[in-house]
Design a binder for this molecule. Structure first.
Ligand code: UT7
Length: 333
């Protein structure tokens, strides 16, 4: 979506993340469903995930991550003019979780809204915020990816309950006129014909919540992981190559790949197709599982804090998820 010919470009000036304290290990899950630590580790790479307690919601996690990102940027909530929250687990259908975050931060000059694009939500939100900034319609934009997937997981379904976790990641975006720095290119696509592979069928206008929808467990995630596996790899590779081509760069010039953290086997396959060695690929799904829209901004914040991302690095972020949606963004730090 992003072009390259404007004077203004979007840069990330602050990052932050927040995950619940409570940890659920593969061994804990062995006691809940017919699974094993070995199956989960070998098939997914996940070892632990963080799970929200009753009081913790997407808005509380998002606010915590946003506060840290603002502090990192040296800005106050009053400086923010737009809050964009990517999530499939809003606190409620409306008001938007973005508005709950706006209130909790005291960001009284900010517009706020949510965006639903599954695990690609953060990349989609980044692209939109970039368009706002480059068109002169935003100065300090908070983009947050947050999920409390534990609240929509069927804890009796071993096909899904071992995969997901909760968390939030936030970035603060501002315009820059510095040549060659910031968001260089982005790309996003969708294919609704495959939407049924990953969905939450109940609770919307198609299947309003009723005794029937609850009895049928339609308020929980339904996923055909096997049929998602190949499209996940192909679409992430396509998106990555597309942003590199838009930027006139090649994968050898990438310093760090931050892929959506769904499955280590998917990540390895994507890296291999892009000819990127393992040391250039950021992986933290062993600790957090799949946190959907939060996975890339959590990883970005963590990589920055650990010094894995250094000044002038070229960072390639790529995601795939429910919708189906997919996308990529290329960033010069
Ligand atoms: O976030 C973006 C969207 N999501 C994804 O991109 C997910 C993509 N898909 C995946 O990551 C993988 O397909 C999964 C991790 C979900 C599943 O791995 P798989 O290697 O594709 O396994 P499978 O679905 O083909 O299942 C293989 C076997 C089945 O048993 P049978 O039929 O061979 O007897 C499953 O019933 O593994 C069984 N199985 C389990 N066994 C132990 C499924 N889940 C479990 C489990 N523990 N938790």
């Amino acid at each position: 979506m992003a072009g390259r010919s404007h004077l203004k470009r979007t840069q990330i000036v602050g990052t932050g993340s927040a995950v619940p304290e409570k940890v659920l290990t593969n061994f804990d899950l062995e006691k809940m469903v017919d699974t094993s630590d070995e199956w989960i580790r070998v098939r997914t790479g996940i070892q632990r995930r963080h799970i929200a307690d009753e009081k913790t919601t997407s808005a509380t996690l998002a606010s915590e991550a946003a506060q840290k990102a603002l502090k990192d940027a040296g800005l106050s909530a009053q400086d923010v003019d737009f809050i964009l929250v990517a999530t499939v687990t809003p606190d409620m259908p409306f008001p938007a979780t973005g508005c709950l975050v706006q209130e909790s931060l005291g960001a009284t000059k900010a517009a706020a809204m949510d965006l639903s694009a599954g695990c690609s939500g953060f990349i989609y939100a980044l692209s939109l915020a970039d368009a706002l900034i480059r068109s002169g319609n935003g100065e300090n934009i908070l983009v947050i990816g947050v999920e409390t997937l534990s609240k929509i997981i069927d804890w009796t379904d071993r096909n899904t309950c071992v995969l997901f976790g909760d968390g939030a990641g936030a970035v603060v975006l501002t315009p820059t006129e510095e040549e060659g720095r910031g968001l260089i290119a982005s790309h996003a696509r969708s294919d609704g014909s495959l939407g049924a592979l990953l969905m939450l069928p109940g609770g919307g206008s198609k299947n309003p919540t009723s005794l029937h929808t609850v009895e049928q467990r339609m308020h929980f995630i339904k996923m055909n992981g096997h049929d998602l596996f190949r499209p996940a790899i192909l679409s992430m590779v396509e998106a990555a190559l597309c942003v590199l081509q838009k930027a006139g760069l090649n994968s050898e010039q990438v310093d760090l790949l931050i892929p959506h953290q769904a499955n280590l086997r998917i990540i390895d396959a994507v890296a291999k197709k892009l000819k990127l060695p393992r040391e250039k690929v950021y992986v933290n799904l062993d600790e957090y599982g799949n946190t959907s829209a939060a996975s890339i901004p959590i990883a970005l914040d963590e990589a920055k804090r650990k010094g894995v991302i250094r000044p002038d690095n070229l960072v390639l972020m790529v995601a795939f998820g429910a919708g189906l949606t997919w996308g990529a963004a290329l960033l010069r730090v």
